[in-house]
Design a binder for this molecule. Structure first.
Ligand code: UDP
Length: 385
């Protein structure tokens, strides 16, 4: 019998990043795939599963509006345990740094099931930022048996924390697999306003914001900065797919009412989002995944955070950390729209995060550990297969 690999995930970014791994597991001759969603996010998670054609085998259905982090973790622990006992997987795959992934890793660890950590070794160096993700990812590193690091930098972070060299494989980031599987399909926009905007050929400022440590005053400042930018750059269209979290909406959206060149939408389905990313002139975000995707499409990214666990694209020059100060956001965005030289310096396609084969490498690494298959070579920037 082939070892069964259980992938557990619960939020939109995890769903996007595990989808290529699940697809590769499903196609594997050596391993079987079983999937569990926790439902930490609800609609945004289901949207991604639909796009990739994934029907979860189990749904822990933990979602509740305004649930605390502790409630999320407690529910995942409680509801995943009987599924682990019933299904007896040979390994559990978790992704990244959400409360779902750390709780799932702990539940598997409690049952003596090896944990495979996809996107292992990211570190901002500040336990409070991003919160709670930096702590989550460190805890998962303590529990994991196999660490699938996206880059050489993340491998080095793990080695510094005494993770054994042999237990790490550099795979690249599976988000690039997901992006490449999706972007070329040029999904139609379900909102006619976006289709119209795409046809107009206008320059686009694409904005996403949701980070918990920016909730409150900082996010209000983001809303005010966007309103100022929309007025100062009337020929630019600002597109904001608003995160479902009401805390985010209440802070940002009131500032944007009545502005003709601002389009606020529901979260875009992944296919639509990647198309909007390919149409965007500049990307302003506090998202982790968007910081990884946009450089692959040659889009300058301004990151509204003080630090990042993704230094590679900052080093390559396509990503700039600008913090959340309102005036700074306005100045940095204005510079990219008004100074051609500044724009061109940042707008170079670079792939520091992957070549689209990260899921295949991840599955090979699992096959290596469980079945003694060949160990994949570490991925290096510029290498393709
Ligand atoms: N994304 C999406 N629709 C949107 C906004 C973002 O599909 O309206 C995707 C985006 O392409 C990226 C992921 O969601 O892959 C990022 O999710 P998020 O910013 O919520 O989380 P983070 O990456 O910061 O953990």
């Amino acid at each position: 019998m082939r070892p069964r690999i259980m992938t557990v995930y619960g939020t939109r970014p995890e769903a996007i990043k595990v989808a290529p791994v699940i697809k590769a597991l499903e196609a594997s001759e050596h391993l079987d795939s079983i999937t569990v969603v926790t439902g930490q996010h609800r609609e945004m998670l289901d949207q991604v599963n639909t796009i990739f054609g994934i029907t979860p085998d189990h749904d822990l259905d933990i979602f509740e509006h305004g649930a605390s982090l502790s409630t999320i973790v407690a529910r995942v622990l409680e509801r995943l345990d009987p599924v682990l006992v019933a299904e007896q997987p040979a390994a559990v795959v978790v992704q990244g740094d959400t409360s779902t992934s750390t709780a799932a890793a702990l539940a598997a660890f409690h049952r003596g099931i090896p944990v495979v950590h996809v996107e292992a070794g990211l570190r901002s160096g500040n336990i409070l930022s991003p919160f709670p993700e930096e702590a989550n990812r460190k805890i998962t590193s303590q529990l994991a048996a196999l660490h699938l690091a996206p880059t050489a930098t993340s491998r080095a972070n793990l080695e510094r924390e005494s993770v054994a060299d042999d237990d790490i494989v550099v795979t690249g980031n599976t988000v690039i697999d997901a992006l490449l599987m999706t972007v070329e399909k040029k999904a139609p926009f379900s909102d006619p306003a976006l289709e119209h905007l795409a046809d107009s050929g206008s320059r686009i400022l694409l904005v996403t914001t949701h980070r918990r440590e920016n909730w409150g005053g900082a996010m209000e400042g983001v809303g005010r900065a966007l309103a100022r930018l929309a007025s100062a750059l009337p020929s630019v269209q600002v597109v904001l797919p608003a995160h479902r979290n009401p805390v985010v909406r209440e802070a940002v959206l009131p500032h944007l009412e009545g502005l003709d060149n601002v389009t606020v939408t529901e979260p875009l389905a992944y296919g639509e989002f990647t198309r909007m990313l390919s149409l965007a002139t500049v990307v302003l975000t506090d998202s982790g995944g968007v910081q990884e995707e946009a450089p692959s499409l040659g889009k300058p990214v301004l990151v509204m955070r003080e630090n990042t666990e993704r230094p590679e694209a900052v080093g390559a020059g396509t990503v700039k950390l600008i913090g959340t100060d309102e005036d700074r956001i306005v100045d940095e965005v204005m510079a990219l729209f008004t100074d051609q030289g500044a724009y061109e310096a940042m707008a170079q396609a670079t792939n520091p995060y992957g070549d689209g084969s990260s899921a295949a490498r991840s599955v090979e690494a699992i096959h290596h550990v469980l079945n003694g298959g060949p160990r994949p070579a570490d991925w290096q920037v510029g290498a393709t297969r």
